[in-house]
Design a protein around this ligand. Structure first.
Ligand code: SIN
Length: 485
């Protein structure tokens, strides 16, 4: 890894109990921009997952007994080291995941911001004193760390999705075992190296990398010593994992798929709406759960918006994320390109109109052209499914009632966006959208202080914010009796 200033950040083995584990077999990590192998990783499995849980269990009492200040200082050092090595971490991230380097740097500071934020928020895990129900009693609640947390994280944000979960878990006093996606393990392993340098004790933060996804997932979801399981990924996989957790009644939090509506009303600032739609839709080549998935435009402004939008999308530069001017990188795999292409084609066959793109990109088999499709209807695959690619379906609507009905007509409920200026309309629509997060005149809503999460089949629990800390704590009620003399 000659591209890194600090080559010790390039690790190719699981990190368990403060040690890098060897293995009998290895798997390759590929740069999606070039198709070239960039790492050979020791392939961990069930045994290593069990070792990691044991290590996390052993470390729990000591870590959870530290004061919130002590844990906060260690987390703060971890945050500082991540920022110090932001450039190297971003390169690793672009190499394994493909997103443009500027976006990768953004992801590192976004991920690190959760560690910074929870280093402080851990100090505010207050309990309550409850007004007494009778004179001889006092009622108090305290909050305590849940225990060992297991996590499975996705390839689209290989750094930030781990940071967002681990920061809250560690701040709360939990210990942590994560299985990152096998397409993108390098970012997770570099985080482990920096966690160790920051003084995170052995066993508190463990990373198990392996291709046996189902088998490792089964251990993490069914092991009796895991108290909480958290997952970011597809709704289909999330449902299976939730049911695996049922046998041991684990606390679960799930950040699952989305089908975000992005609505432009006729009183919107159209230039701002175009900008918002570009960042919301085309960030990470459209591979985010909170991406605008369906763009609804009110009839009166449909033509004006679409003209401006198509022009802005056409100007996006596609290429290797390490090239300076790239704005859209590759998709994660050739299969992802095929899936996106077939969603586009089946909607075109159903009567949708292609305004831009609509084909594989000449940059290579991992690339797809930034695409805009108009005359999309609610029943078409492009409106029904999570696209996870650089494709914008545009749907026109008449009025508020119609667009709310269409926007909510999905099993998903993660993020929604709308652009409008009328204050009455803003409140009505914000309240009417059945989604966990709503961006109002704003295309990027994620940050450490905000509760990130969905409703309906987009999941449960919240990440980031004070609610994110609560997800890693149990409330214990203490009843003090016999106080009358
Ligand atoms: C996701 O795609 O699930 C994460 C996006 C974000 O944190 O903004």
């Amino acid at each position: 890894m000659e591209l890194l200033k600090d080559t010790a950040l390039f690790k190719q083995a699981s990190f368990v109990n403060g040690a890098w584990l060897s293995a009998e077999s290895f798997f390759s990590v590929t740069n999606p921009a070039t198709g070239k192998v960039i790492a050979e990783i020791a392939d961990a499995g069930v045994v290593e997952a069990e070792l990691a849980i044991q290590a996390a269990k052993n470390a729990f009492n000591t870590w959870s007994s530290l004061s919130a200040n002590e844990r906060g200082s260690i987390l703060r050092r971890w945050f500082e080291l991540i920022i110090l090595h932001q450039e190297d971490l971003a390169r690793l991230l672009t190499l394994e995941q493909g997103k443009p380097l500027a976006e990768a740097k953004g992801e590192i500071s976004y991920g690190a911001s959760f560690i910074d934020w929870f280093a402080e928020e851990g100090k505010r895990a207050y309990g309550d004193v409850i007004p007494m129900p009778s004179a001889d009693k006092r009622l108090v609640t305290i909050k305590q760390a849940v225990g060992v947390v297991a996590a499975i994280t996705p390839w689209n944000f290989p750094h930030a999705m781990i940071a967002r979960k681990a920061a809250a878990a560690l701040a709360a006093g939990c210990t942590f075992v994560v299985r990152p996606a096998s397409q993108t393990p390098l970012s997770a392993l570099a985080m482990a190296e920096l966690a160790q340098r920051a003084g995170v004790p052995d066993g508190v933060f463990n990373v198990v990398v392996g291709t046996a996804a189902r088998a490792i997932g089964k251990v993490l979801t069914e092991h009796p010593d895991v108290a909480k399981f958290t997952f970011t990924g597809s709704t289909a996989v999330g449902k299976a994992l939730i049911s695996q957790c049922a046998g041991t009644v684990k606390k679960v939090s799930m950040e699952l798929g989305g089908n975000a509506p992005f609505i432009i009303f006729d009183d919107a600032d159209l230039d701002a709406a175009v900008q918002g739609a570009i960042v919301s839709k085309y960030r990470n080549a459209g591979q985010t759960c909170v991406c605008a998935n369906r763009i609804f435009v009110q009839e009166k402004v449909a033509r004006a918006f679409t003209d401006k939008f198509v022009k802005a999308v056409a100007a996006l530069k596609v290429g290797d994320g390490l090239a300076q001017d790239t704005q859209i990188g590759p998709l994660i795999s050739p299969q992802a390109v095929t899936d996106v292409d077939s969603l586009v084609n089946s909607s075109l066959q159903g009567g949708a109109e292609l305004l831009l793109g609509g084909e594989r990109h000449a940059a290579g088999e991992y690339f797809y052209q930034p695409t805009v499709v108009a005359k999309v209807t609610q029943d078409m695959p492009l409106a029904q499914e999570e696209i996870f690619g650089p494709v914008s379906p545009v749907i026109t609507f008449k009025d508020e009632a119609e667009v709310l009905a269409m926007a909510n007509d999905t099993d998903y409920g993660l993020a929604a966006y709308f652009y409008a200026r009328d204050i009455g309309r803003i409140w009505r629509v914000a309240e009417g959208l059945e989604f966990g997060m709503v961006g109002i005149n704003e295309g990027i809503i994620s940050n450490a202080a905000a509760p990130f999460g969905g409703i309906k089949q987009s999941g449960n629990g919240r990440e980031g914010s004070r609610y994110g800390l609560e997800d890693y704590m149990e409330i214990k009620y203490l009843c003090f009796g016999g106080l009358d003399k």
